[in-house]
Design a protein around this ligand. Structure first.
Ligand SMILES: Nc1ncnc2c1ncn2[C@@H]1O[C@H](COP(=O)(O)OP(=O)(O)OP(=O)(O)O)[C@@H](O)[C@H]1O
Length: 483
């Protein structure tokens, strides 16, 4: 739209008893702040959820609600601290109904331009994960915001493990423009595994053939955290705050997330989004599942037991890479590296390289795997959509070094990367073969995977996720008391 055609609205309204001068120009709303400091408030139209007439008060509930022609409300979101977004409103009153109508019409017309905002959302709720309160999370944080924003939500509560995945593979979901879930990483994993396999079924693609290009699901995904760790939600949004996750869905902006497909000799085992871990974390996942009644504390209990036992696993790792060194660049919202990855991945000249050893843990991280318990994650410089995994190899050493590793993982400031017994490599594909009979399990997005010898391949930006990304920086690399 040329500048001449850009509408300019300028009016003075009443907000409660206070006069508010508000202007809308070039897609930006500006008004005076209600209370000191008397700064101006600026809200770009892309942060506005909806603009609606208010209803007249004092009418008996049996009488149909009547619109108040003199009042309207702007529902909007504001970025708060630490990547969190907050929901806010501004109610405005004017004696002239034409003023009110003109503002509502202009703002609503602008909002119609955001065609990627979801309108008909299929939302899965896992009542089993985390604190078993996913339904309450939906009712408390999501339901009202979706109503306000005009998103028609169909809720599907899962009754058993893998039901979400099976539903998506076999049911017609053409009536929805987007899909979301309330749950932890296991729930998100069911969601995207179902969507990709569904697409393979429709397009008659053999998902078990590693050489096939997997099809991109046509519907974007929303992720509302409701699990124990919620690593995927944290890495995408920079927080596990449910309101923020809901607002990211309503905004309708998407970012591309890589998925990794994991195979044994014969078939596709599953796709993962966060991490595939062998050794320590595989053992913890296998062991902790028996203690689910403990809630999130089961990870502390199993983690401690497995740490003390300090098992090492002999194996061979082969990586397929064009550049194995990891660049120390953060993946933040509007990341250039992820933007370029899609264009350049075909051009990458890769070769296989092999490593052998005895490992405490081997992890193929697809994202940094940061979460509230591990603010930097196991792979702080791993990107969401660069078509690569960071392979973190932790050698089998002493118990004291295992403790150093765990301290680094839970540290705000230091990361595992510069520990002398940790090596991080960048790869587009990797293989693992266990050397002898003593083998561990794989932990795949928090779920136990029993096959030991696997091959994994990154699928660049296979998913579109509703998120504006995180602004967090991995920051300074101070060592945790030199430990
Ligand atoms: N109705 C259900 N009954 C039992 N299990 C279910 C049901 N619905 C989903 N599941 C399974 O519950 C498991 C745990 O769910 P989820 O991963 O969301 O929670 P979590 O493990 O507490 O969180 P996180 O993975 O973030 O630590 C997953 O394996 C999922 O497939």
């Amino acid at each position: 739209m040329s500048e001449v055609n850009q509408p300019v609205l300028l009016s003075t309204f009443l907000n409660g008893k206070k006069k508010v001068k508000i202007i809308f120009h070039k897609g930006i709303l500006v008004w005076d702040n209600e209370s000191p400091p008397l700064a101006q408030q600026t809200v770009p139209i892309e942060n506005v959820l909806s603009v609606q007439h208010n209803y007249l008060k004092g009418i008996h509930p049996s009488v149909q609600k009547q619109i108040d022609p003199n009042q309207f409300t702007i529902h909007y979101a504001e970025r708060a601290v630490d990547d969190k977004w907050a929901y806010k409103t501004l109610s405005l009153k004017h004696s002239d109904p034409l003023q009110v109508a003109s503002w509502i019409k202009t703002l609503q017309t602008h909002l119609l331009k955001f065609t990627s905002r979801p309108r008909r959302l299929l939302l899965f709720v896992n009542p089993f994960g985390g604190k078993q309160n996913a339904m309450q999370i939906y009712e408390k944080y999501a339901k009202q915001l979706f109503i306000i924003s005009g998103v028609d939500v169909t809720v599907n509560v899962s009754q058993r493990k893998d039901q979400i995945r099976d539903f998506l593979i076999s049911h017609n979901i053409d009536m929805f423009d987007s899909v979301a879930c309330v749950g932890g990483d296991g729930t998100v994993s069911e969601l995207f595994n179902g969507l990709v396999l569904r697409e393979c079924r429709i397009k008659r693609i053999n998902a078990n053939d590693i050489h096939q290009n997997l099809p991109k699901p046509s519907k974007p995904i929303g992720i509302i955290p409701g699990g124990s760790t919620d690593t995927i939600a944290y890495c995408l949004h920079g927080t596990t705050d449910p309101t923020t996750a809901v607002l990211h869905i309503i905004f309708g902006d998407v970012l591309g997330l890589d998925l990794v497909s994991v195979y044994d000799e014969h078939s596709l085992l599953r796709l993962y989004a966060s991490v595939l871990s062998y050794g320590y974390l595989g053992d913890v996942a296998y062991h902790s599942d028996q203690y689910r009644w403990m809630g999130p504390r089961r990870y502390d209990y199993s983690g401690f037991k497995k740490l003390i036992s300090n098992k090492g696993y002999q194996g061979e790792i082969a990586i397929y890479t064009d550049k194995k060194e990891v660049e120390q660049e953060d993946c933040r919202s509007n990341c250039n590296i992820c933007d370029d990855a899609k264009k350049n991945q075909e051009r990458a000249v890769c070769r296989w390289e092999t490593f052998r050893g005895k490992f405490f843990m081997v992890s193929g991280a697809n994202i940094s795997c940061a979460c509230t318990r591990s603010p930097k994650g196991i792979a702080p410089y791993c990107h969401l959509g660069d078509g690569k995994v960071n392979l973190v190899l932790v050698k089998h050493t002493s118990l004291i070094n295992n403790l150093r590793l765990l301290l680094r993982l839970s540290s705000q400031d230091a990361s595992v990367e510069d520990l002398p017994f940790v090596e991080t490599l960048s790869a587009r594909e990797f293989c693992f073969r266990a050397d002898n009979d003593v083998s561990s399990k794989w932990n795949c997005d928090g779920e136990v995977q029993h096959q030991t010898n696997i091959r994994a391949k990154v699928r660049c930006q296979l998913l579109s996720i509703f998120s504006r990304g995180s602004t967090k920086i991995s920051g300074d690399k101070s060592k945790c008391c030199g430990f």
